[in-house]
Design a protein around this ligand. Structure first.
Ligand code: HEC
Length: 210
């Protein structure tokens, strides 16, 4: 019904008149556009008007760029809150990224070589490449012994010198790169046997430590 109103009678009555041109034998009618099509066409006017008033004239709703800025700001606030909370600290788990392991290697050669040897074979400190551990082989165990040291046995506490991230990097370097290699002069095993499967099991589900 509404469609009929949109299409004046005078127009609908003109039917199937040919336009007076001919392109390579192709002729065409000069009929009116279908009413539903015309209706949609007018609808786009209405939509555009509402859109214009809403977003640009009265600004009752935020534009795309304002929305983007609002979301970014909300995310920034959320991230800051998260990083300030305990859960936002780097999780104690082994890192696997090449850059972290490389950083761990640098930390190791600068600080740990005198007592654990360049290849982890051990001198004053124990062999870090074998399956025997004095203090366990989970990420938590490494973190604890490197942070707090064992001063009475000659292992220095590193929590004043190295950051949380650096301790995790060097621990990951030991576990992922030194452990399981064969050093030139390995020190005799010390501590208890932990085979690799235990260390795999004790790995926490990975989170991206950035
Ligand atoms: C001054 C010597 C010394 C330095 C330097 C040193 N360590 Fe140690 N480390 C030791 C000694 C000694 C032990 C054995 C402690 C014990 O007997 O309980 C040890 C034990 C460890 C253990 C535990 C091994 C196990 O079998 O459970 C880890 C891991 C370790 N050190 C990592 C490091 C890292 C990483 C660094 C460098 C940031 C480092 N150490 C620097 C002397 C040292």
């Amino acid at each position: 019904m509404i469609l009929n109103l949109l299409t004046p009678n005078t127009m609908t009555q003109r039917r199937d008149e040919l336009t007076n041109h001919d392109y390579d034998g192709i002729q065409e009618y000069d009929n009116d556009l279908p009413p539903w099509w015309v209706f949609l066409f007018y609808l786009t006017f209405v939509f555009a008007l509402i859109y214009l008033l809403n977003y640009h004239v009265f600004q009752t709703a935020p534009s795309q760029s304002q929305e983007y800025a609002m979301e970014m700001e909300a995310a920034r606030v959320e991230l800051a809150a998260y990083e300030a909370s305990a859960a936002g600290q780097l999780p104690i788990s082994f890192m696997e990224k090449e850059t972290d392991l490389e950083a761990g290697k640098q930390i190791y050669s600068k600080n740990c070589v005198p007592c654990h040897g360049p290849d982890g074979g051990g001198t004053v400190g124990p062999n870090l490449t074998d399956q025997y551990y004095l203090h366990g082989n989970t990420a938590e165990d490494y973190f604890k012994v490197i942070s707090n040291g064992v001063p009475e046995k000659g292992m220095i506490p590193w929590n004043n010198t190295l950051s949380r991230r650096e301790i995790l990097q060097v621990a990951s370097y030991i576990q992922n790169r030194l452990h399981g290699t064969t050093p030139a002069q390995p020190k005799e095993p010390q501590g208890t046997l932990h085979d690799k499967s235990i260390s795999m099991l004790s790995k926490k589900p990975k989170m991206n430590a950035n």
